[in-house]
Design a protein around this ligand. Structure first.
Ligand code: NFS
Ligand code: SF4
Length: 655
């Protein structure tokens, strides 16, 4: 083995800003990049899903000698149960997010949350109409009450009729498929509870039945996140195109720097608002002002709505602290590494936890309150201003790396851009471009970072590869963070990386919107946080309706090149159930059962039209995704020709 190979690779990133921090640190302060090295080799039983710890007789590991667990559970049962529990974890996290927003809005209607208002009454009306409510002559508050009643019902009801947020956002064909296969969730919470019960020791041993429950739970996840997106828009506004910056260079040594990290806009929106009001206090402490910046999905939320810069994404979340100029990191829930506290210990940075169920020992805790949101936000900012006074000037070292970002592409914003070309039927602009062959299809880039692959490398490779092959790219979550940080989310990237067809398509949109947009359109269209994958799926549904087909025929794929969290497992599973070819760049923990793996890769396709593609090599992944899109475009063309020739009313339903 060469010297080079033996050296532990604790700088696994292609982000130049992150690399600078890691190189200057030289292992002095331990980060995730070091812990990944220390963790090797990782257990292969866990990796392939054949370790069961569901009862206290475990852990049971499937080996050549022991082909079943102590209770007699086969590898397929163990793998399927673990998978369902992982999907359930993801669905619970998204449900937590959605439920918190519902609760806040209910309190708002009772007059108990004076700092929140209905920011987007037009969205409220759109959502109400989609849910089948009559909006005529109703006040906003009355309408919101009705919308919330449906949201609460979709979260909690025990009866079997379809959840409104599911049946009104998918195609008729999808809804029929969901009903036929008996995977319609009763409600979000009920399904999560069912899954925990079904995977208890000694309940369901049938892997197919278990996987079907997994799909049902993934649909509950979809409902929870769709509710979260819609209600967030009503509360804080539907995103519109906005320009900002991303990467560690956004940290300004002369400002009080506050990073908001986590997921829920309920808190981050308030921190951003309070920061705007409190400039004088920061100036009194010797700063030029207050600069907010985001990490992970709450960062995406405030970037989309307020143009707040994104400082970094999931994997590099410890690094902003190591610039010596971050005064506070304010966190709520999900994807927050407990390690940030230990890194902050070496600096003046204050870690401020805010949620009663998400604390880190040794951190400051300012418990968030819907009733006193702004007051709490001000308290948080004062802690940051105090920390600013404790900075050690000699330790400040900020990589001068940042890139321009154009974000804010809600579905409404995208349709508005398309409407400049075709005001009567905006979505036809996109479907026509695919019909004519100018575009090869649409890909949703979603998901996290994962040290099992080189940080940000798989993301960047898949983005560049698909763009060069004329794929229209939408994105959410931490892959959107990669695109933003690495300069792939602006107009310059279109010039550099787009193939001729994609370039012509985007330029046509730029020309039609000249005078309306302040910035030219980017290579990758940022649709928001991970709950906003709902927006990306709405785009798919709209395309299917325009073509008069079901979603498994739409040349629209999903890709999570660096997936990490249980939420990503849940999202990937509903993407497949709702008809999308779904690439995952980090093979999930199911390969220990050929049966369960086969369901994900092949049987899912036969039943639902969507299927998984495991491919860890990002270049090969590009080929596989393009092949999936091409197969669909080709079939769509053949089926449409057949429809014309035989004069049938609808296009063949098969895929
Ligand atoms: Ni999504 Fe967003 Fe990032 Fe992954 Fe975590 S922040 S909710 S889970 S790591 S993309
Ligand atoms: Fe072992 Fe069965 Fe218990 Fe799992 S449920 S730990 S396989 S005995």
């Amino acid at each position: 083995m060469s010297e080079e190979k033996k050296k532990p690779d604790n700088k696994r990133t292609v982000d130049p800003a992150a690399l600078q921090v890691l190189e200057r640190n030289e292992g002095k302060i331990e980060t995730a990049y070091d812990r990944y090295v220390n963790m090797q080799p990782q257990c292969n039983y866990g990796r392939t899903g054949i370790c069961c710890r569901i009862c206290l007789q475990g852990p049971c590991r499937i080996t050549k000698k022991a082909s079943k667990g102590i209770c007699g559970a086969h590898s397929y049962t163990i793998v399927a149960r673990n998978l369902v529990r992982s999907i359930t974890g993801g669905a619970s996290a998204h449900a937590d997010h959605g439920r918190h927003i519902i609760y806040t809005l209910l309190e708002m209607l009772e007059g108990r949350t004076p700092d929140y208002t209905i920011e987007d009454p037009a969205k409220l009306r759109r959502v109400a109409q989609r849910l089948g409510l009559s909006v005529e002559g109703k006040e906003d508050r009355e309408l919101l009450q009705e919308v919330l009643a449906i949201a609460v019902s979709d979260f909690t009801k025990l009866s079997g009729e379809p959840c409104r947020w599911l049946e009104t956002t998918v195609t008729e064909g999808r809804m029929n498929k969901i009903t036929d296969c008996n995977i319609q969730p009763r409600s979000v919470h009920t399904t999560i509870a069912e899954s925990m019960g079904q995977t208890h020791m000694g309940v369901d041993a049938d892997p197919v039945n278990l996987v079907f429950q997994g799909l049902k739970t993934a649909l509950a996840d979809y409902i929870g996140m769709h509710i979260a997106t819609d209600l967030s828009d009503i509360l804080f506004g539907t995103p519109k195109p906005v320009t900002s910056e991303a990467n560690l260079g956004v940290i300004d040594p002369e400002m009080v720097n506050i990073a908001v990290h986590g997921h829920n806009p309920l808190l981050s929106e308030m921190v951003v608002r309070a920061a705007r009001e409190m400039k004088a206090e920061a100036e009194a402490a010797g700063a030029k002002g207050i600069k907010c910046m985001g990490i992970c999905c709450t960062g995406n939320e405030v970037l989309m709505r307020q143009g707040v810069p994104l400082v970094t994404n999931f994997l590099s979340q410890e690094l902003p602290i190591m610039t010596g100029a971050l005064d506070a990191m304010v966190v709520d829930v999900q994807c927050i590494m407990p390690a940030i506290r230990a890194v902050a210990e070496c600096y003046h940075t204050r870690i401020i936890t805010t949620m009663p169920h998400s604390k880190i020992p040794g951190s400051y805790h300012v418990e968030f309150s819907e009733e006193r949101a702004m007051e709490k936000a001000r308290e948080i900012i004062r802690l940051a201003i105090d920390a600013f006074k404790e900075r050690v000037p000699g330790r400040i070292d900020i990589p001068q790396v940042k890139n321009k970002v154009t974000a804010g592409f809600s579905l409404e914003a995208l349709l508005d851009i398309f409407a400049a070309v075709n005001p009567d039927n905006p979505i036809k602009v996109l479907t026509d471009a695919i019909d004519s062959g100018q575009l090869r299809g649409v890909v949703l880039l979603a998901g996290c970072n994962n040290l099992r692959v080189l940080h940000d490398h798989s993301h960047a490779t898949v983005i560049k590869g698909l763009a060069a092959n004329n794929v229209f790219l939408v994105s959410t979550g931490c892959v959107a963070g990669t695109a933003a940080k690495l300069g792939l989310m602006n107009a310059e990237a279109v010039e550099k990386y787009a193939g001729e067809g994609l370039k012509a398509f985007i330029n046509m949109l730029n020309e039609a919107n000249a005078g309306k947009l302040t910035e030219k359109l980017p290579l990758v269209f940022h649709m928001g946080s991970c709950v906003d994958n709902s927006r990306a799926y709405d785009l798919n549904t709209l395309m299917a309706k325009e073509w008069g087909i079901d979603t498994p025929k739409v040349p629209y794929a999903a890709s999570a090149p660096e997936a990490m969290s249980e939420k990503a497992v849940a999202i990937g599973t509903w993407c497949v159930t709702l008809g999308m070819p779904t690439h995952v760049g980090v093979t999930p923990e199911i390969t220990g059962s050929a049966l369960v793996d086969g369901i994900a890769l092949q049987i899912a396709h036969d039943v639902y039209g969507g299927y998984f593609i495991w491919e860890e090599d990002p270049e090969k992944a590009v080929e596989a995704i393009l092949a999936a899109l091409d197969e669909r475009t080709w079939k769509l063309r053949v089926h449409r020709l057949a429809k014309e020739r035989y004069e049938t009313a609808t296009i063949s339903a098969g895929w």
